[in-house]
Design a binder for this molecule. Structure first.
Ligand SMILES: CC(C)(COP(=O)(O)OP(=O)(O)OC[C@H]1O[C@@H](n2cnc3c(N)ncnc32)[C@H](O)[C@@H]1OP(=O)(O)O)[C@@H](O)C(=O)NCCC(=O)NCCS
Length: 181
């Protein structure tokens, strides 16, 4: 469990999933993630998170707001595993918050704690993040975290069409993270 000023990042509980989907399976949240998920898509996402946690000992954590116990979404770490990826196996940070939690610095707060965990607890030398060119909020967060654009690592994700490609890559190394202002 990771605590920040306003948030707890923790393992998933059964009852988190309905709240998570109610908040995040919306057209705006899923805009750059392939659109709304049906039951099978939601089940597959959950299975991916659970398998990744079992395999690595970490994955995207449930993000709970301390003040009211609400599930705001997820944020955390995984091993990059997308089809056709140039960064397979790299430590990857990711985030997805419900719309009414945007614009309040929650994602940056959760991501900062996740990067601390990646470098201090899980011994990463480098952490990467992936998005698509249109997802300005997501790559905006990457730059606010001090991550660097890695154009040479961009790739095509064969699961998606033109609008959701290429996957663009950002990264930050341990030294840059530890030396940040
Ligand atoms: C990507 C995503 C997590 C970014 O969330 P976010 O709320 O924009 O990011 P931050 O937490 O950094 O918040 C920044 C905003 O909060 C504001 N803010 C308010 N209080 C703040 C505080 N205490 N600290 C920092 N920022 C604060 C900032 O000014 C900024 O506002 P702006 O966007 O109007 O400039 C969110 O857009 C999202 O969940 N998108 C859908 C899912 C998705 O696409 N995930 C990524 C897949 S690659």
């Amino acid at each position: 469990m990771i605590e920040t000023e306003r948030l707890t990042l923790r393992e998933w509980r059964e009852e988190d999933w309905p709240s998570f989907w109610a908040g995040t399976n919306t057209p705006n949240v899923m805009r750059w993630l392939g659109g709304l998920l049906d039951e099978d898509g939601m089940a597959a996402t959950r299975t991916r998170v659970e398998n990744c946690a079992a395999a690595n000992g970490f994955c995207f954590w449930a993000v709970e707001r301390k003040s009211d116990g609400e599930i705001l979404g997820f944020c955390g770490l995984k091993r990059a595993d997308a089809p056709g990826s140039t960064v397979t196996g790299a430590m990857e940070i990711g985030w997805r918050l419900r719309e009414d939690a945007w614009g309040q610095g929650y994602a940056k707060e959760a991501a900062t704690a996740s990067l601390d965990a990646a470098f201090q607890r899980f011994g990463a030398d480098e952490v990467i993040a992936l998005t698509v060119p249109g997802n300005t909020p997501s790559w905006g967060l990457m730059t606010r975290l001090g991550m660097r654009r890695r154009e040479e690592l961009d790739y095509t994700d064969t699961r998606f069409g033109e609008e959701l490609n290429p996957t663009i890559v950002y990264s930050i190394d341990r030294q840059t993270w530890e030396n940040r202002a």
